[in-house]
Ligand binder design. Structure first.
Ligand SMILES: Cc1cc2nc3c(=O)[nH]c(=O)nc-3n(C[C@H](O)[C@H](O)[C@H](O)COP(=O)(O)OP(=O)(O)OC[C@H]3O[C@@H](n4cnc5c(N)ncnc54)[C@H](O)[C@@H]3O)c2cc1C
Length: 334
């Protein structure tokens, strides 16, 4: 989802501003990537319906409304009947909704495929490593990276290296350059069948994202559990029940996939993009809940820093050196 205010509740102003800039740039970004790659990213600009099934939900939505307005995003209160006009399959129990018509969404898997294809067709080379890549370094700075591909060691000479391994970034950076990173587990379900929704539908407990081909993404938990790579009956049961409460028609859909992902969260929940540690080493990580939404301008920001464009300093709030000036940091959980 590309939903700056709904997702950024309680977040820093810098993050929200950056999210808004990314959302404004997204249409141009997607059409360029689609043009180069020939891959349809299923990008939609058809808004989110934040529905209330009871008075508690409605109260929660009254906190979202002023935030959306503060950021200049249009939101409108709808009655239950008006909400059902937009989405006929939502529950008859919906008592009202906030209609955030500016929200957008994109299929992240399709976008990932498109980016890989576009990267390769512009001359980039993707090497899928059999093991953790290593950073090659000498006293005066970075010399490149090495990895193993099809059993052979591959050395990639470079004066600049960006580590962008999400929640696993510390596995590559190593002990001395550790960032205060923790993985936030997200369990989710992909359903498939007849198209039951046209817009993203959200309650305080679940969100439903319609995608091409009759897919409906049901997400997602947010659990601070370390790298626990498994789905649990309780969480998946709750997601399905909450999805059914919002839109009873989901009970007819088939379960295509039940899976988990890890959101890379730094101590202050802001991303870290910029130079880190020895000369020539950069990180682009910590995008937590917003990595898809923030992708286009994160790429540009890191490229500008590496090329020394502008003042070459990037955005202060996202500078990795806020974690003790590029020295080793203590891992802290909160
Ligand atoms: C359930 C769920 C729902 C989400 N919904 C949204 C949403 O609606 N909108 C939004 O903007 N964001 C959303 N996010 C967050 C978003 O997915 C992340 O912020 C984003 O994926 C972070 O991107 P990244 O490239 O930094 O890390 P990742 O996407 O995690 O990519 C890291 C990559 O590094 C690779 N890797 C791991 N270890 C190594 C290693 N040792 N060496 C080399 N490579 C390695 C991994 O295989 C992976 O390909 C969601 C996340 C989850 C889990």
């Amino acid at each position: 989802m590309l939903a700056p205010a709904a997702e950024a509740r309680g977040a820093e102003r810098e993050l929200i501003d950056f999210a808004l800039e990314n959302c404004a740039y997204f249409p141009e970004f997607v059409s360029e990537i689609e043009r180069i790659s020939g891959v349809d990213c299923d990008y939609r600009e058809n808004g989110t319906l934040l529905v209330a099934l009871n008075n508690d939900d409605r109260l929660a939505l009254t906190h979202v409304e002023p935030l959306q307005k503060e950021f200049g995003l249009s939101v409108e209160w709808l009655s239950g009947k008006e909400a059902r006009k937009l989405e006929p399959f939502i529950s008859p129990r919906v008592i009202g909704a906030l209609w955030a018509r500016n929200d957008k969404h994109v299929n992240p898997r399709a976008l990932h495929r498109a980016l890989l294809k576009a990267f390769e067709s512009e001359g980039g080379k993707v090497i899928v490593s059999d093991e953790y890549p290593r950073i090659l370094q000498q006293a005066d700075g970075i010399r490149g990276a090495s990895c193993a591909s099809e059993g052979k060691e591959v050395k990639i000479p470079a004066e600049q290296v960006v580590v962008a391994a999400g929640a696993w970034t510390n596995d590559i950076l190593g002990e001395d350059l550790r960032l205060p990173m923790r993985p936030i587990l997200g369990q989710y379900i992909r359903l498939i069948g007849e198209e039951v929704l046209e817009h993203v539908v959200r309650t305080p407990d679940v969100y439903l994202v319609p995608r091409a081909g009759g897919e409906l993404f049901v997400g997602a938990s947010a659990e601070d559990m370390g790298f626990t790579l498994q789905n649990t009956a309780g969480v998946i049961g709750d997601l399905l029940q909450n999805a059914w409460r919002a839109c009873p028609a989901v009970s007819e859909l088939k379960i295509e996939e039940v899976a988990v992902g890890f959101r890379p969260a730094l101590r202050d929940n802001l991303p870290a993009m910029g130079q880190w540690g020895p000369k020539g080493l950069f990180v682009a990580t910590g995008h937590f809940r917003h990595g898809v939404m923030l992708a286009p301008l994160s790429g540009r920001l890191v490229a500008d820093i590496m090329l020394g464009k502008g003042d070459g300093q990037g955005r202060k709030a996202f500078d990795p050196k806020r974690f003790s000036g590029g020295k080793a940091t203590e891992l802290q959980f909160f």
